[in-house]
Design a protein around this ligand. Structure first.
Ligand SMILES: Nc1nc2c(ncn2[C@@H]2O[C@H](COP(=O)(O)OP(=O)(O)OP(=O)(O)O)[C@@H](O)[C@H]2O)c(=O)[nH]1
Ligand SMILES: [Mg+2]
Ligand SMILES: [Zn+2]
Length: 336
């Protein structure tokens, strides 16, 4: 892999983060994969390109992280923070299965996440072998997700896999996002030509996956592309995704702008372009509802963020004035 000049230090090299756990990472540099160490403040994530100090000394030590070309993240379901899913991803495969889990609103949510990250998106519908109404699914998705490439595949029979593989090229980085049990790891293994990832039957009673994959990991595929397998996403809450939402619903955003009043709420106001489109029957109201819901959620998240920042500033101010008070008191007492 390429060396870069790093203040005259010829031994410095750019490696890729293939795995991250709390205190350490696994890094790939050329054909070598080694453990790596980093300062906590750096926070490298899977997919990052990092400068390592000296490839001759193991464990490798990360000096700095190169600027990311894209960053996938969601709001952490456990807390208010963001959870990073991968960096420097070119294409994201939004994976859903044909037998369950095919929920267009959920896919729109994922698509907004992807498009706001700087990556491109493809829809990958798995388990085509279980699916008798193949054409219905593709035409439904095709009309709802115009402009997004759709692949119907089976990792078991191999149907559709070579078309998907044809979108890969050396150096391209792909990751997969979707619910547990949709077959992300099975597809990873198929593309690797090797059973590296553990897979597990979904539960018979409710068709749900078992969260078999528990960490993100980057693999180099035989053709030279990189694939990051991800744990299944149970909940996808968006963060900083206004951009993505506007892209997913570009036509509806434009429609709204044609209303007579710029603050039209589309509830019977005169000159409402949304109402006219609805009456003309050229309107998917489920998709409209999905758009409104995601927009409200994004506004709410932004308001909450602003509030947290205000609270944090207030708290900081309080601590500072306490500190100053103590300082003055000490000075009065002649302690310094
Ligand atoms: N019929 C059929 N089953 C499949 C196909 N691909 C995967 N499966 C099965 O679906 C189940 C779940 O597959 P996994 O690959 O473990 O799913 P996953 O998306 O990685 O799940 P998590 O790691 O929990 O997020 C396994 O029993 C697979 O064998 C397919 O193309 N057809
Ligand atoms: Mg898996
Ligand atoms: Zn209106």
């Amino acid at each position: 892999m390429h060396s870069i000049s790093n203040g005259g230090d010829e031994s410095a090299a750019v490696a890729r983060v293939v795995f991250r756990s709390h205190g350490f990472v696994r890094l790939q540099w050329g054909s070598r994969i080694e453990s790596g160490l980093f300062l906590k403040s750096l926070n490298p994530i899977v997919g990052d390109r990092v400068v390592i100090r000296d490839p001759q000394t193991v464990p490798w030590v990360i000096d700095r992280i190169l600027e990311r070309t894209s960053l996938l993240k969601r709001r952490d379901p456990g807390g208010g923070k963001d959870q990073e899913l991968a960096a420097n991803v070119d294409d994201v495969w939004i994976v859903t299965s044909a037998n369950q889990d095919l929920n267009p609103r959920r896919l729109e949510r994922l698509l907004a996440l992807v498009l706001s990250s700087g990556a491109r998106a493809r829809l990958v519908v798995t388990k085509a072998d279980l699916c008798p109404n193949w054409d219905d699914i593709t035409s439904m998705l095709g009309s709802r997700f115009q402009g997004v490439p759709i692949h119907l595949i089976s990792s078991w029979s191999g149907a559709g896999v070579s078309e998907l593989e044809a979108t890969l090229q050396p150096g391209l980085t792909v990751t997969m996002l979707g619910s547990s049990g949709v077959g992300k790891s099975t597809l990873t293994n198929r593309l690797l030509g090797d059973n590296r990832q553990q897979t597990q039957d979904i539960r018979g009673d409710d068709d749900k996956g078992r969260h078999t994959t528990t960490s993100r990991e980057l693999f180099e595929l035989p053709g030279g592309a990189f694939l990051i397998d991800q744990p299944g996403l149970r909940e996808v809450r968006l963060t900083d995704a206004e951009d993505g939402i506007e892209q997913v619903f570009e036509d509806l955003a434009e429609l709204e702008m044609r209303c007579r009043f710029s603050d039209c709420r589309h509830q019977g106001e005169p000159g409402c372009a949304v109402a006219s489109a609805f009456e003309a029957g050229e309107f998917d109201s489920d998709r409209w509802d999905s758009y409104q819901k995601l927009k409200r959620e994004a506004e709410f998240a932004r308001a909450r963020e602003a509030k947290t920042t205000r609270l944090r500033d207030k708290e900081r101010g309080r601590k500072m004035s306490k500190m100053l008070k103590r300082l003055y008191k000490d000075r009065e007492r002649g302690d310094w």
